[in-house]
Design a protein around this ligand. Structure first.
Ligand code: IPD
Ligand code: CA
Ligand code: CA
Length: 274
């Protein structure tokens, strides 16, 4: 079925619903930011933190998605899979991406909502509330940047036009099992840093991908991500004219993102797959 024939399930209406949910998550996040009321806890190990705010945002997203779209599946970082076996739709949500920074009082954190139809991401929404930065994409309609109060006044995103990594500022991150897994990105980062203008570790994979779509980060790579980290952001990069390719196939979702030329140059430097 084509998007126009989906009626109330059109990608644009789903995007608008996802934007409202993302903005509300932003309010939940800001209400507790830099307070001593975030209820921090650890998950897989001491480096992997979660707060009451992650859970509150996911609870809100689950209830809102099931209220508006009761037949849709939901995959959420904090509560796992809520599957409707015969649904063609799935919402893939990271209720708070950048929890480590959030728990420290650092400003780069966001909510990420990707919506898939027949297994393909067709809507992506990422909102970073402290920065008031809203990134959206609908499959085939480009990627867009705006502010919460000005949802109709958006700017189209384009990936970086740079052609050589030497001139680039690139971003990456480190997996939570960095202390025990040999592919922990330390070797790769030490290869890349001397060959680029700048390196940033912003602490949110979804935000890294949005910056890559905007060209404020020229290219990005990371190992061992989960679907909720990248579902929305990957669509936003692709709709901004960028490429997202796999980096290796034995570390969950591992990707390189950016304009085609820089992705190729990074892939050659990282030399993982080729
Ligand atoms: C993490 C962030 C971080 C990335 C980690 C992710 P979380 O997500 O996106 O930048 O390096 O791999 O798990 O735990 O803050 O949702
Ligand atoms: Ca995440
Ligand atoms: Ca998270």
């Amino acid at each position: 079925m084509r998007n126009e024939e989906l009626g109330v399930m059109s990608y644009e209406l789903i995007r608008d619903a996802a934007v409202k949910m993302a903005l509300h998550c932003g309010e939940i996040q800001l209400a507790s930011f830099r307070t001593n009321n975030i209820g921090i806890d650890t998950k897989s190990n001491v480096y992997d933190v979660v707060t009451k705010v992650d859970k509150a945002c996911e609870d809100y997203l689950l209830s809102e998605i099931s209220r508006l779209y009761p037949t849709h599946s939901v995959i959420g970082e904090e509560t796992g899979q809520h599957l409707h076996a015969d649904s063609e739709w799935a919402w893939v949500v990271d209720p708070l991406d950048g929890t480590n920074s959030y728990s420290q009082g650092l400003p780069v954190f966001c909510v990420s909502i990707g919506v898939t139809y027949k297994g393909e991401c067709v809507v992506g929404v990422v909102y970073a509330p402290y920065l008031d930065e809203l990134y959206t994409a609908v499959k085939g309609e480009g990627a867009w940047f705006g502010k919460a109060g000005e949802v109709s006044d958006t700017t189209r995103l384009h990936v970086s036009q740079k052609e050589s990594l030497k001139e680039c500022v690139v971003a990456s991150g480190f997996p939570y099992d960095k202390a025990t897994h040999p592919i922990n990105n330390i070797r790769e980062v030490s290869i890349v840093i001397p060959q680029v203008r700048g390196f940033r570790r912003m602490g949110s994979a979804a935000y890294d991908l949005c910056c890559t779509a905007m060209g404020t980060i020229d290219a990005y790579w990371e190992f061992n991500l989960n679907l909720w980290d990248v579902c929305a952001g990957q669509l936003i990069v692709r709709e901004a004219g960028g490429q997202v390719i796999p980096l290796c196939d034995n570390r969950k979702i591992s990707i390189i993102a950016g304009p085609e030329t820089l992705v190729k140059e990074l892939r050659d430097k990282l030399r993982i797959m080729n």
